[in-house]
Write a protein that binds this ligand. Structure first.
Ligand code: PGA
Length: 251
């Protein structure tokens, strides 16, 4: 069974102690109630990976993820981190192309394509994020933007990549951290468009999971997760507290 993914992106929040405590509280709050068709991915800052990893080690259905990496084995890349180092810290997943990396840190489609392919080569499971800005939505360019991001971002990978190894996250930029969630029709439309594209690009595009992200909260998660082609959620703000994220995971 391909499971739904409930991913918590803690961004640049929490010290080691805070992150570890949050992970512990989450495991306790969920207890034995993790639905069997769901997996939890915790994505803390690099400094907390090891501590959070220890909290979820041996807990069935929990995985550790990283927010970013550099697409090289090793070398003179001051301030960067490699897939091997992340795997050494216990990571199974890594985000690529989060809108903050694209629009705040200036990462290009070409650089992101290198990351997707190098990360997969190094056996990290990749959560590749796509999504349009508000100006692009207003100019009715959603499909154009998604097409460009998907075609470019996935252009360097093998077409037969396993549906277990590559995940897409649709995160409309205007819904991230704003409290503004896309309405169901927008989500269904974007996810169905992404599904069609994935089926064009990849052999297993029909099974590849597509997560929704952007102001997911405990009170809107169950309606979002039930929509067609929504195979999980990527949560920022509402994942920072164990109480709220545990409700999302069980929604
Ligand atoms: P948000 O962030 O849930 O705070 O909107 C989502 C994300 O950035 O992945």
């Amino acid at each position: 069974m391909i499971k739904k993914l409930m991913a918590a992106n803690w961004k640049m929040h929490k010290t080691l102690r805070e992150a570890t405590q949050n992970a512990r509280e989450l495991v306790v709050a969920i207890g034995k109630n993790l639905p069997p068709d769901r997996e939890v991915i915790l994505i803390p800052s690099f400094t907390a990976l090891h501590g959070v990893g220890e909290m979820v080690a041996g807990q069935e259905g929990y995985f550790l993820g990283a927010q970013n990496f550099y697409p090289a084995k090793e070398g003179a890349f001051t301030g960067e981190i490699s897939p091997d180092q992340l795997k050494d810290a216990g990571c199974v997943y890594a985000l690529v192309g989060h809108s903050e990396r694209r629009h705040v840190l200036g990462e290009t489609d070409d650089f992101l394509a290198q990351k997707v392919s190098f990360g997969l080569e190094k056996k990290l499971k990749i959560i590749f994020c796509v999504g349009e800005k508000i100006s692009e939505r207003k100019q009715e360019q959603v499909e154009e933007v998604l097409t460009r991001q998907l075609e470019k971002g996935l252009e360097k990978i093998h077409k037969n990549v396993s549906a277990l190894d590559l995940v897409i996250a649709y995160e409309p930029v205007w819904a991230i951290g704003t409290g503004e969630t896309a309405v169901s029709e927008d989500i269904v439309q974007a996810h169905s468009f992404i599904r069609t594209k994935l089926m064009d690009i990849l052999e297993q595009g029909k099974q590849t999971r597509i997560l929704y992200g952007g102001s997911v909260k405990p009170d809107n998660c169950s309606s979002i997760i039930g929509l067609d082609n929504v195979d999980g959620v990527l949560v920022g703000g509402a994942s920072l507290k164990a109480d709220s994220f545990s409700r999302i995971v069980q929604a």
